[in-house]
Write a protein that binds this ligand. Structure first.
Ligand code: BGC
Length: 492
């Protein structure tokens, strides 16, 4: 486990020595738009708590708060061999996980397949056929002698908002993260994948459909009993936690024991779709307007990796086109005009540039965008990356604080995964600083001391987490505890 590390670094605010008056004024205006002070973080968190409650109510709200039918934590003694399929935004990963009887230990083999860009906005059957082909290839490579008729159990990590009346069902509420495949929203994706598996005779039995956050929660709790929340800060962002069934009014009709547990996939990316509390800039409004699903995922669009580079790009374009400073004056900015051409790793690289003269940032602009920025422009873009990255980390802390407040957790561990969490510089430290401000923790006396709520690098949720959930599901079936477990068609 990796701790949060040192305190958030001091900001670059004071190191913009080369900036002209005009540029400095623009930087100040962006600072004003992108800085979220503690008072605002607290206001957002309080609203977040009530929206979490609303999502669990019969009336519902904009945060879906999807029950997942994952109803226990692993005890560390789960056993068996399971396949896990992770349909992420960028890659498709197939793993085989063997859970051993040794507490909290596992073996894993995995293969990655590229998720072709065109499939994300293509035709439904092509997507499922592609996935079935990858699974077939995996099974043929690793199980060449599988006895006829035997089927391998699969946990399918499908990380999009889905309604689950059973653990092996997932009715897609809406695509997120730039996916836009017609004819899938409103449908249960399990039979769609099963049809492609059957057509290609892939010897696999789909046991559970899992969100990546639920997988993260379960995989992290497998090795750390203090884990209470699983989060993803990657291409998209979201969290899952365990709720008591008695606190889920929308499930009251199922008469589940009030103290039974239910993992809730919050789908918090949808927080504040009504635009009540988040401090949106004109650039956030453009991102939303030009996205495949305007009006959706308001919180995610300010935080997740898919959008950070685009916010940065839109701001630079605006600085060039519309502001008196005429950023990159006289240069051809056609490469910068291409939507979504910069991903969050571009911002990471800028924030990580170790050189005082920002040589690496300069080289990056030349190679990627064909733009040669002046020294002052380099300082400006560095500050901009910092503002965007800091806002994302601070807003993320509101979601974590809200779940902790709702559940009354004064201390716990939160397992986090995803490219932004793992790779974006200072994301963890900035998030920890924001948690401290929101929750009014006193300053640490000893820097090595744990924070009351620590956000730690999670175990592999979409692999190990999916396998554990498949194992827990099979255990429940064997115990005859079928409430919400399997779709009646799959009882056989
Ligand atoms: C999806 C969630 C997912 C998150 C992180 C969001 O766009 O709606 O289901 O957990 O991305 O992958």
């Amino acid at each position: 486990m990796v701790g949060l590390g040192p305190k958030a670094p001091p900001s670059r605010k004071g190191s913009m020595t080369e900036l002209s008056q005009d540029l400095l004024e623009q930087a100040k205006e962006l600072e004003r738009q992108l800085t979220v002070p503690a008072s605002k973080l607290k206001e957002i968190t309080n609203h977040f708590v009530s929206e979490l409650e609303k999502g669990l109510s019969v009336e519902g709200g904009s945060i879906p708060m999807n029950p997942t039918w994952v109803m226990s934590f692993p005890d560390g003694h789960e056993t068996g061999t399971f396949l896990a399929l992770d349909m992420g935004g960028t890659n498709l990963r197939v793993c085989e996980i063997t859970l051993t009887d040794q507490k909290s230990e596992f073996d894993i083999i995995q293969s990655k397949y590229r998720m072709p860009e065109e499939l994300k906005t293509g035709v439904s059957e092509e997507l499922w056929d592609y996935i079935a082909d990858c699974l077939l290839q995996f099974v043929e490579t690793h199980h060449p002698n599988l006895p006829k008729g035997e089927k391998l159990p699969l946990g399918f990590t499908f990380s999009y908002p889905a309604t689950q009346n059973y653990i092996d069902e997932g009715i897609l509420q809406r695509w997120t993260k730039g996916f836009d495949i017609a004819g899938v929203e409103g449908k249960n994706v399990v039979p769609l994948l099963k049809a492609s598996l059957a057509a290609k005779n892939v010897p696999i039995r789909l046991t559970a459909l899992i969100n990546d956050t639920t997988g993260t929660l379960i995989a992290s709790a497998y090795t750390d009993p203090k884990m209470r929340i699983g989060c993803i800060f990657g291409t998209g962002c979201n969290a899952a936690y365990m709720e008591n069934c008695g606190s889920i009014p929308k499930l009251a009709h199922m008469n589940l024991p009030p103290d039974a547990l239910m993992a809730i996939n919050c789908e918090w990316g949808a927080f504040d779709n009504e635009h009540i509390v988040l401090p949106r800039t004109p650039y956030d409004i453009i991102i939303d307007r030009d996205s495949p699903r305007p009006g959706q995922q308001a919180f995610e669009k300010m935080i997740a990796g898919l959008y950070l580079g685009e916010i940065f790009r839109l701001i630079l374009e605006d600085m060039h086109d519309n502001k008196p400073i005429k950023m990159f004056k006289g240069q051809d900015i056609s490469a910068l005009r291409k939507a979504y051409s910069l991903d969050s790793s571009f911002l990471s690289a800028i924030e990580e540039d170790p050189f005082e003269n920002l040589q690496e940032t300069y080289d990056l602009f030349v190679s990627k965008l064909n733009i040669a920025p002046s020294r002052a422009e380099l300082e400006f873009v560095r500050r901009l990356a910092e503002l965007i990255g800091t806002r994302a980390a601070r807003l993320s802390a509101c979601g974590i604080s809200a779940i902790c407040k709702k559940k009354g957790y004064d201390t716990c561990h939160v397992g986090a995964d995803g490219s932004v969490f793992n790779k974006y510089p200072h994301f963890k430290a900035r998030g920890a600083q924001a948690l401290r401000e929101i929750l009014d923790w006193p300053e640490k006396k000893d820097p090595t001391e744990e924070d009351p709520i620590e956000v730690l690098a999670a175990e592999d949720g979409s692999g190990v987490g999916a396998a554990l959930i498949a194992a827990l599901t099979i255990k429940r079936v064997h115990q005859g505890n079928l409430a919400g477990v399997l779709h009646p068609e799959n009882f056989r």
